[in-house]
Design a protein around this ligand. Structure first.
Ligand SMILES: NC(=O)c1ccc[n+]([C@@H]2O[C@H](COP(=O)([O-])OP(=O)(O)OC[C@H]3O[C@@H](n4cnc5c(N)ncnc54)[C@H](O)[C@@H]3O)[C@@H](O)[C@H]2O)c1
Length: 359
């Protein structure tokens, strides 16, 4: 199945879902013509697995492939500078189209590079992780990190289109699928109660990496993100809801030096901490809270953590980019399938939630 879904308006762009890697060349030929220069940016792991398939489809074009080491640390201005030198050596010009082949790190880095190289050239994203397929490839945010903060330097810069071949999930390690699943649970809580039913029903197939089931869940999950970002492309209103679990999760990631805990694990704990606040405010029933904890457990995502100081975590939350006028902006689930952003959480209320997940 090759389906397309439009993201955003004016002009927006298309997600090509279930689109085989080897068919990209024919699509590019039809869309942009036979002559063109494509600069593929990827990492060695993804290149080993998928570059050959991709290049086979692109064999009639002028292509260059640049690999960057596989690490979040490569989302840096230093790497942007190196990419610039490499692109120039490949005789890239304003007509060159960047192809970001990889997960969220490559998508953010190559997308940001495309947004500033020669004042902006076109790019295409081929997301190869579950997280990138359902989340980071949608919404046009590109960025690199800075010592003062994650994704601190970036822009809104949409790809020409996204080309998603779900069969790339076959080689993705379970821990990376889990990172995406934490975002899927977030999407279910923010906008699709039926998605939670589906994940609960198919939990064994998910853990067996059943591709049909994963694809079905990915389609429902990404639909929540598409709907929200299409209505709020520049994050002025409801797009903030996609931050559910992240204010807590980022604090945990920062506390562990971005190494001791994966992003998905941080989001899982963050979803639960936010759910405790909702429960205490009467926005979630005891049954709904238990259901959230239960599905996270079944997906082998953490629901508690040790050796953390709630006051240190509180302090780390003060630096969240989403905060406004010194107030912590938190997103709270309201039942299953709805969420709201609040700026009136007292520090004491947040500490109580932290204490619930710190054993
Ligand atoms: N732009 C956005 O809106 C947005 C949203 C969420 C996250 N992000 C960013 O995304 C990044 C995380 O992305 P990620 O979770 O995809 O991590 P990632 O890009 O680091 O990929 C995870 C690992 O999987 C490997 N990999 C990728 N595809 C594979 C495949 N098909 N088979 C086997 N291995 C494969 C990678 O080499 C890497 O080791 C973070 O930098 C985060 O800030 C951006």
């Amino acid at each position: 199945m090759h389906q397309t879904i439009k993201v955003g308006k004016d002009p927006g762009y298309f997600l090509h879902l279930g689109a085989p890697l080897k068919e990209l060349g024919a699509f590019l030929d039809k869309t942009y013509g036979a002559s063109g220069h494509y600069l593929i940016i990827t990492n060695p792991i993804v290149a080993d697995l998928y570059a050959e398939q991709l290049l086979e489809g692109l064999k009639y074009f002028r292509t260059d492939l640049i690999t960057v080491p596989d690490s979040e640390e490569e989302k840096s201005l230093a790497r942007i500078s190196k990419l610039t030198e490499q692109a120039l050596r490949c005789r890239a010009d304003r007509a060159t189209i960047v192809i970001a082949l990889g997960g969220g790190v490559i998508g953010d880095l190559a997308g940001f590079f495309a947004s500033i190289f020669m004042r902006g050239i076109r790019y295409i994203h081929i997301p190869t992780t579950f997280l990138a397929q359902i989340d980071s490839s949608i919404g046009g945010k590109v960025a690199v990190n800075h010592p003062a903060g994650k994704n601190l330097l970036g822009s809104f810069y949409s790809p020409q289109f996204v080309w998603t071949d779900f069969t790339t999930l076959e080689t993705l390690p379970w821990v990376e699928i889990q990172n995406g699943l934490a975002e899927t649970i977030k999407h279910a809580l923010v906008g699709d109660p039926e998605l939670l039913d589906l994940v609960e029903e198919k939990v064994d197939a998910i853990k067996n990496k059943d591709l049909v089931v994963l694809q079905n869940i990915a389609m429902k999950s990404l639909a929540v993100k598409v709907k929200i970002v299409s209505e709020d492309e520049r994050e002025k209103n409801q797009r903030v809801l996609l931050n559910l679990g992240h204010s807590f999760g980022h604090a945990l990631e920062a506390d562990q030096g971005f190494r001791g805990i994966t992003h998905g694990q941080g989001v899982s704990l963050g979803l639960l901490a936010a759910s405790y606040i909702s429960y205490n405010r009467g926005l979630l029933s005891a049954g709904e809270l238990a259901r959230i904890e239960n599905i996270l457990n079944k997906l082998e995502l953490p629901t508690w953590v040790t050796s953390c100081d709630p006051y240190v975590l509180l302090e780390l939350m003060a630096g969240d980019k989403k905060n406004k006028a010194g107030n912590k902006v938190l997103v709270l689930p309201v039942g299953i399938g709805k969420a709201m952003a609040v700026a009136d959480c007292e520090d004491g209320e947040i500490v109580v939630a932290w204490k619930k997940i710190i054993k």
